[in-house]
Design a protein around this ligand. Sequence first.
Ligand code: NAP
Length: 297
Amino acid sequence: MTATRIDGKAFAARLRERVGEAALSFAQKAGRKPGLAVVLVGEDPASQVYVRNKGKATLAANMESFEHRLPADTSEADLLALVETLNADPAVDGILVQLPLPSHLDEQSVIASISPDKDVDGFHVINAGRLSVGQSGFVPCTPLGCMMLLTDQLGDLSGLEAVVIGRSNIVGKPMAQLLLDANATVTIAHSRTRDLKSVVSRADVVVAAVGRPEMIGKDWLKPGATVIDVGINRLPPEPGAGKGRLVGDVAFGEASEVAGAITPVPGGVGPMTIAVLLRNTAIAAHRNEGLDPPEGL
Ligand code: NAP
């Protein structure tokens, strides 16, 4: 068997197009574009690339991008003051503080200071609580993107056995909640799980969010399983090569021999994250103006 390759890049491009159209129609009704503010503290090179890409994607989706770059030694009081200003700014619908923050800043306090209605990353405890009790709020972008790919691939997930490997607040836990809401039977596995391989091998749906290169081989998978690989790991470079290859938590080549469908790395879950961030921002803009977000976002 050769698995269907789930093309997250193409799905994300279509989603971004729909978001762009929603942003245009929003602007006609509201007299302004949806706005996303991104705050970057310090000079972490990976974060700088993410912030630049988010800015470009925001503009390409017919939205306003507000970038705030602060020095690495910014005090927590100054950062919280900026978030307060953005909370009060009617041109800003979504606020994203790029993580990780420098170690002298408390991430939880900073996230808690963002208005839950502008928390398009879905990291605020209010939004985590809303997801947990089934109220509408903002769902973290990566797991929501995974869920969109799963629904597109499988349709109804009712009764399927799903195993999520990883229990972080930004991926594993919200992913498990979304699968539960879709009526899957959900197991959350983590570093203390006993006999992980046998737990994974009974799953119809596997979501791997661990951060260990190619940990999951073909002998872990139930034949026909749908595999969503969230992991992004860079292998050490080959001799003479500049950068090592990017791989997921699943050994893509061999897993494709057993799985029914699988996301590649790169080109699977990764592109979904920014697309869902833009989608959440478009929805925030509609809610902030008392408008109904368009169907199908
Ligand atoms: P994280 O906070 O480090 O969480 C990793 C989880 O994996 C933890 O729950 C940990 O268990 C579990 N784990 C670690 N080693 C394990 C093992 N040997 N067996 C079973 N479970 C194990 O990471 P994260 O932020 O959730 O991210 C996970 C991966 O997804 C990373 O590779 C990250 O780069 C990637 N990611 C990708 C995107 C995207 O846009 N595609 C977005 C976010 C993250 P414990 O809780 O017991 O420690």
